[in-house]
Design a protein around this ligand. Structure first.
Ligand code: CAA
Ligand code: NAD
Length: 302
């Protein structure tokens, strides 16, 4: 059955139902692109406020993308949005989807203990055929997989923000991920229209291992007083052709997530001068200025 209007999407034979846990910036986007590809999706978070916000974000994003896609067929746009939204079931009960899903994508807070607690619970309630994945930005997948016994069915699916727009998916295999699991993850990536790249299970994989040190070099430059953060952003956009300057990007990723990433790496590699925390970021996070998602970070979005 062709359940999606997208010509690039095709249902993955191994996977019908997907549970996405964490409905924030990333989880909402992952649920959206997965539902657009025709999968049925359970989207899980800790409370209804977060889930309702996620549904709103998804609807806005679909409205935006379908405007162009179906600009001569507004009826198709309406149907496409409805069909996609109908494939997403939101719930605060992690068991609801875990018991039925073939694939679980974790996108909760970047904290190893929280991820271990979640996966150890999931390992008990999910069928033993269910594949587990994490969207972690910075933690080794094998370390997250320590909480489960199905290590052959555990891999990394690292998406980029905004998920509906960014075309890349990093697909990560640990030394224990089976070839069959890895193939299924690659097929899933293609079925949602992403270009996949492979990378060893190293902290930050490809993109973040390059991007995060760049963002922190920019913050250090600002802390030294070499230039204003606005001018650093203008310089990198107009002088290097980046779509966003580093401070806009930190605001976009979330200052809390950026802080979790670098704090974790600093602990892991204490001798490496690349991974030093930032006074300015620590202070902004303490003030609750987490970037776009909280309405204020380096810039004000209110
Ligand atoms: N949903 C759907 N469509 C969206 C969207 C969303 N959330 N956000 C933007 N778009 C669409 C717009 O509708 C527009 O589409 P058309 O071209 O078809 O009209 C297109 O994307 C461009 O959007 P805008 O014109 O509004 O703005 P822009 O040109 O500045 O692009 C951007 C926005 C795509 C976010 C661009 O600024 C960009 O690429 N920024 C860098 C993002 C980036 O580097 N992300 C990676 C962060 S690191 C990470 O994710 C990993 C990690 O672990 C931390
Ligand atoms: P976010 O703060 O926007 O959302 C996290 C969501 O997870 C929140 O809604 C929170 O309520 C929920 N949550 C926390 N613990 C939970 C639990 N135990 N069960 C269910 N829900 C729970 O964060 P985000 O930016 O979406 O990041 C999520 C993950 O994706 C992190 O591991 C992050 O490193 C990674 N990531 C982030 C980006 C980015 O640009 N922000 C990009 C790629 C990967």
């Amino acid at each position: 059955i062709k359940r999606s209007f997208s010509s690039t999407s095709a249902l993955n034979r191994q996977i019908n139902s997907v549970t996405v846990i964490g409905s924030g910036l990333m989880g909402s986007g992952i649920a959206q692109v997965t539902a657009e590809a025709g999968y049925s999706v359970y989207l899980v978070d800790q409370n209804d406020t977060a889930l309702n916000k996620a549904l709103k974000t998804i609807e806005t994003s679909l409205t935006r993308s379908t405007k162009k896609k179906f600009n001569k067929e507004p009826d198709h746009a309406v149907r496409y949005i409805k069909d996609t939204m109908d494939r997403i079931v939101t719930t605060t009960k992690v068991d609801a989807g875990a018991e039925k899903s073939d694939l679980i994508i974790e996108a909760i807070v970047e904290n190893i203990q929280a991820k271990h607690d979640l996966f150890s619970k999931l390992d008990k309630i999910s069928p033993n055929t269910t594949i587990f994945t994490s969207n972690t930005s910075s933690l080794p997948i094998a370390e997250i997989a320590e909480a489960v016994s199905r290590k052959d069915k555990f891999g990394g699916l690292h998406f980029f923000n905004p998920v509906p727009v960014m075309k890349l998916l990093e697909v990560i295999k640990t030394h224990e991920t089976s070839d069959a699991t890895y193939r299924t993850l690659l097929e899933y990536g293609l079925s949602i229209g992403k270009t996949t790249v492979e990378c060893k299970d190293t902290p930050g994989f490809i993109v973040n291992r390059l991007l995060v040190p760049y963002m922190f070099e920019a913050v250090k430059m600002y802390e030294r007083g070499d230039a204003s953060f606005q001018d650093i952003d203008t310089a990198m956009k107009l002088g290097a052709g980046y779509p966003m300057g580093p401070f806009e990007l930190i605001d976009y990723v979330g200052l809390d997530t950026t802080k979790f990433i670098v704090d974790g790496w600093k602990k892991r590699f204490p001798e490496d001068p690349t991974f030093q925390s930032s006074v300015v970021i620590d202070q902004l996070v303490a003030e609750g200025r987490l970037g776009r998602k909280s309405g204020e970070g380096f810039y004000n979005y209110k």
